[in-house]
Design a protein around this ligand. Structure first.
Ligand code: MF3
Ligand code: CO
Ligand code: CO
Length: 259
């Protein structure tokens, strides 16, 4: 189907390994996400773990000129935040987005963390973004259309009077970081590409507390909300299986919940 690769059994096994490694990085970094740490330190810890412990490659590093190994998007930053001197303070919300390459295949996943107790709005925003991602994931099986996924995510978010960012989307993934198809987080049911077994792609809705509009900072990477209200995002890498789907980046905490 046009440019969408269908993974072989061998490639799927490699995607499972890459996905597991990316998930493990999020588990590893969790205890470090505390008030007082800088995003640069989080980057260094993840970089060293990926390179030394996992013998894998942090995909963002030098990707189209991105200067760091992970993305750290704090509060009103929507995505692609560049780690730097910024020190987390009590109540900050941060999305950490990890992509690793192992044996030529990519695994891509992100989650929300809080440095200390978050405010009530940000906590609800992160919960809604998480539910929205899962509403999309739960639909994945052969025969379902991409528009069905986008529609369910958009519905869930807008019912809560939050908004879905349109400029960035999920993506096919495999040997390449970003492959076809584009996986929009909004849209109409019964439209778009029909899923088939062997496809691998991410679902990664960005949900804004205020308006959906975003702007790019002069660093040419960091995306922020125009109204400076907070934004939240979660991401998983998904395989379409003959029976439904497999979440390739599922973490230990989520594996327990699913049982
Ligand atoms: N991990 C991001 C995604 O989910 C992409 C980051 S590109 C980077 O697609 F260069 F900023 F790392
Ligand atoms: Co992604
Ligand atoms: Co990502």
């Amino acid at each position: 189907m046009n440019n969408v690769s269908i993974k072989t059994a061998d490639e799927i096994e490699k995607m499972r390994i890459a996905g597991r490694l990316a998930a493990d990085v999020l588990d590893m970094i969790e205890p470090y996400v505390k008030p007082g740490i800088s995003t640069n330190e989080l980057d260094r810890i993840c970089h060293d773990y990926i390179v030394e412990e996992q013998q894998a490659i942090p995909a963002p590093l030098n990707y189209r000129g991105f200067p760091k190994s992970i993305c750290t998007s704090v509060n009103h930053q929507v995505c692609h935040g560049i780690p730097g001197d910024k020190i987390l303070k009590k109540g900050d919300a941060i999305n950490i987005d990890i992509t690793v390459i192992k044996d030529e295949f990519h695994g891509d996943t992100s989650k929300m963390f809080f440095a200390g107790e978050p405010g009530i709005l940000v906590k609800r925003l992160a919960e809604v973004a998480h539910k929205a991602m899962w509403a999309g994931i739960d639909l994945v099986k052969p025969g379902v259309q991409l528009g069905d996924i986008g529609h369910s995510i958009q519905q869930l978010v807008e019912q809560q009077h939050f908004s879905v960012v349109r400029e960035y989307c999920g993506h096919g993934i495999g040997r390449k970081f970003h492959e076809d198809p584009q996986v929009l987080h909004y849209g109409q049911a019964h439209t778009g590409m029909v899923l088939q077994a062997g496809m691998t792609f991410t679902i990664e809705p960005m949900v804004n507390a205020g308006k959906r509009q975003v702007k790019l900072l002069p660093d040419n990477w960091t995306v922020v909300t125009k109204d400076r209200k907070p934004s939240a995002q979660w991401e998983h890498t998904i395989l379409v299986t003959p029976e439904g789907h497999e979440v390739l980046t599922l973490r230990a905490e989520e594996r327990q919940q699913a049982e």
